[in-house]
Design a binder for this molecule. Sequence first.
Ligand SMILES: [Zn+2]
Ligand SMILES: [Zn+2]
Length: 97
Amino acid sequence: MSDELCPLCGRPLGTENIDRHHLVPKTFKGKEQFPIHKICHRKIHSAFTERELLNTYHTWEALRAHEDIRSFIAWVAKKPPGFYTRTYTANDKKRRR
Ligand SMILES: [Zn+2]
Ligand SMILES: [Zn+2]
């Protein structure tokens, strides 16, 4: 499965640090899950609330069109597939609304 691509950033998924994301949050009975980089997954959940995910960001297109996600994708594009850090999201609290 290593040639599968991440639906958020479009890079190969690789073999480590892979999570699954529910486009419709589990809290709202979402069942469909997609393999995604752990770091991309973390980014989604730090950028959006469950309510925002449910109401607006329940498609990959909507997620990728968001400004924060676009700059994240540009940043992560240069990293190896299994790359993961906790530090990147540290300043997310300052994000604009
Ligand atoms: Zn990714
Ligand atoms: Zn998720």
